[in-house]
Design a protein around this ligand. Structure first.
Ligand SMILES: Cc1cc2nc3c(=O)[nH]c(=O)nc-3n(C[C@H](O)[C@H](O)[C@H](O)COP(=O)(O)O)c2cc1C
Length: 480
C-alpha cells in the first residue's frame, strides 16, 4: 500500500492535514517553544522534580557479554541516553531477573556468578557522565532499571525456550506451542517473583531511583495479566492475574525502602498478525467462531480491536498500590510489530504495514489520552512517537501541552538521534540526517543474531562488520 511518510511533508500544515485525516481529534503544535514550552516544564513525583517531559524508553542492544554484563556497545548506549537531555530514563534496557528468562543471549541478567552490582553501577555512571557532558545537573534526572522475565519469549541461547504462564490458542498457534506444553507452576512463578526482588535490591543499592516491573510486549508479567485460562491462584479472575505482580511490588517495598516502582504495560493488545503469503502484507491470523477470551486489553468479540475496560481497572489498581509512574505501550514486537513500533519498513520477521503506520501512532496517542483522562493523578509516559519523524516534537508539544500525557517516550529516535530532546529544548534546528526513518534495521539485526543499533544512521554501527552482514541478509531477502 502507498502512504506518505511524515518526513515527506514539507510544512506543518501539510503534516497536520495528514494527521487529522487519520483522526480529527489529533493535532500538533504549529511552532516549537523549546524549554519555555510544555516539553521544558518540570514535573514532580513525591519530593523529586523531573526536569523536563522527555523520557528515554528502555532500548536493549542484544550486546551484553556471555555472562550477562554490559559490553562497550552497551555502555556507549547508556551514555548516550544520559547525554540526550531527557530527564526521565525509563529503565535503560530490559534486565532479566534470571538466566533462563532472558529474551536473547546478549541480554543483561542477574547472574549470581558475576559482579552484577558493579555492572549496574557502571551503567548508571554512564548515564550521569553523559548527562554532565552536556552541562546538565543530575538533581532533576530520574533513572530507573527495567526488570523482566521473558516468559513465552525466553530465548537464553540460540533457540526459544518458552516459559508460559498460560495457554493462548492464537499465540500458541503462531509460535508452534502444543496444547499440552507445560505451564509454569505456581511455585516457579513465586521463585521468579523472588528474583525480581533480588534484582530490585541490587538496583536500589547502586542508586537507581526506581525499578520498572515490566508488564508489556508479551513477556511474563504481561502474559499473566491476560492468563484467563490459567487454573489456580495466579490465573482466571483479575485479582488472581495481578497477584504475582502485587506480591513482587510488596516484597520490593519491604526490601528496598525508598525505591520507587514504575510499570511499563502493554495497555491494549490485539490478536497476532502474520504476513499474507501472497502479498507479504500483515493481517490478523484467522480466528473464527467463539469469543477470544484471552490476553489483556483485547476485545473478545473482535480481537483485532482493543477493550480498555480491564486495562483501566489495572490503572486503578496501580493507583491504589501507590504506583504513579506508568509507561504505556501497546501489543508486542513478536506478534503485532506494526502496532508496537509503527514503521514504514518491516523488520525481517515482520510484514508489510497493513495500513498507514500513522494510524498506529494514532492508536498510541488516543489510548494514552483515554488513560490520562481516566487517571489524571498517574504520571504517564507515551510510546510509539518515532514514526512521526520530523514532526515528532510538534506532536509531543501538543500532547503534553494539552495534558493528554505527562512524558513523551523516545525509542528508536534515541538510537539514530540521541540528542533529539536536547536540540528541541534548546531551540536548535532539527538535524534531519539523524531522524529515524524506521528502516527497522535495529530489529532485523538482532532477529538474525547480531547486535542491535542504528546501522543506517549511526556511523559507529556502519563501521562494524555486522553492517556488511546485515546488508547481505537484506539483499538475500529482497531476492526471495
Ligand atoms: C532495538 C529495540 C530495543 C528495544 N528494547 C526494549 C526494551 O529493552 N524494553 C522495552 O520495554 N522496550 C524495548 N523496545 C521498545 C521501545 O522501547 C519502544 O516501545 C518502541 O521502539 C516504540 O517506540 P518508538 O516509536 O519511539 O521507537 C525496543 C525497541 C527496539 C527497536
Amino acid at each position: 500500500m502507498k502512504f506518505t511518510s511524515p518526513g515527506q511533508h514539507k510544512s506543518v500544515e501539510a503534516f497536520r492535514a495528514h494527521l487529522q485525516s487519520i483522526d480529527p481529534k489529533l493535532d500538533c503544535a504549529s511552532e516549537l517553544s523549546g524549554a519555555e514550552g510544555p516539553l521544558g516544564a518540570p514535573c514532580t513525583i513525591g519530593d523529586k522534580t523531573i526536569g523536563n517531559r522527555f523520557a528515554i524508553h528502555p532500548m536493549e542492544g542484544w550486546d551484553g557479554t556471555a555472562r550477562g554484563l554490559p559490553s562497550d556497545h552497551t555502555l556507549r548506549r547508556w551514555r548516550r541516553f544520559g547525554s540526550s537531555g531527557a530527564k526521565l530514563i525509563w529503565g535503560g534496557e530490559a534486565f532479566a531477573v534470571q538466566e533462563d528468562g532472558r529474551a536473547n543471549a546478549g541480554q543483561l541478567y542477574l547472574n549470581p556468578r558475576a559482579d552484577v552490582k558493579g555492572a549496574l553501577d557502571r551503567l548508571l555512571g554512564e548515564i550521569f557522565e553523559g548527562h554532565a557532558e552536556i552541562g546538565e545537573k543530575p538533581d532533576d534526572l530520574l533513572v530507573g532499571l527495567q526488570l523482566t522475565h521473558s516468559g513465552r519469549f525466553s530465548r537464553p541461547g540460540h533457540l526459544f525456550k518458552p516459559r508460559i504462564a498460560g495457554h493462548n490458542p492464537a499465540l500458541d498457534k503462531k509460535f508452534g506451542i502444543p496444547a499440552d506444553f507445560p505451564i509454569l507452576t505456581d511455585g516457579e512463578l513465586e521463585a521468579i517473583g523472588e528474583n525480581y526482588v533480588a534484582a530490585a535490591k541490587l538496583a536500589w543499592q547502586v542508586g537507581f531511583e526506581f525499578v520498572d516491573v515490566k508488564a508489556c510486549h508479551g513477556y511474563l508479567m504481561h502474559e499473566l495479566l491476560g492468563a484467563k485460562s490459567r487454573p489456580g491462584p495466579y490465573g482466571g479472575r483479575f485479582e488472581n492475574r495481578t497477584k504475582l505482580f502485587r506480591r513482587v511490588v510488596d516484597d520490593i517495598r519491604a526490601t528496598c525502602p525508598g525505591l520507587s516502582i514504575g510499570v511499563r504495560v502493554s495497555i491494549a493488545d490485539v490478536i497476532p498478525f502474520t504476513a499474507n503469503p501472497r502479498t507479504g502484507v500483515g493481517e490478523p491470523i484467522e480466528w473464527k467462531g467463539e469469543p477470544f477470551d484471552h490476553g489483556f486489553g483485547i476485545d473478545a468479540d473482535d480481537p483485532t480491536t482493543f477493550d480498555l475496560e480491564e486495562p483501566l481497572t489495572f490503572l486503578g489498581f496501580l493507583r491504589d498500590l501507590g504506583i504513579e509512574l506508568v509507561n504505556l505501550s501497546i501489543g508486542s514486537p513478536y506478534y503485532c510489530p506494526h502496532l508496537q513500533r509503527p514503521a514504514a519498513y518491516p523488520p525481517s520477521d515482520g510484514y508489510l504495514p497493513p495500513h498507514d503506520p500513522l494510524a498506529d501512532v494514532a492508536e498510541h496517542l488516543l489510548v494514552t489520552r483515554a488513560c490520562k483522562a481516566a487517571f489524571p493523578e498517574l504520571l504517564l509516559v507515551g510510546s510509539g512517537y518515532t514514526y512521526l519523524q520530523d514532526w515528532l516534537a510538534h506532536v509531543a508539544e501538543y500532547e503534553v501541552g494539552a495534558k493528554h500525557v505527562d512524558f513523551v517516550g523516545l525509542g528508536r529516535m534515541t538510537l539514530s538521534y540521541p540528542s533529539f530532546p536536547h536540540d528541541v529544548l534548546s531551540g536548535k534546528p532539527l538535524q534531519r540526517k539523524g531522524v529515524c526513518r524506521t528502516f527497522s534495521d535495529c530489529t532485523t539485526a538482532p532477529r538474525n543474531g547480531m547486535i542491535s543499533g542504528c546501522y543506517p544512521l549511526d556511523v559507529y554501527y556502519r563501521a562494524l562488520p555486522e553492517y556488511v552482514q546485515l546488508q547481505d541478509i537484506k539483499k538475500a531477502r529482497r531476492r526471495q
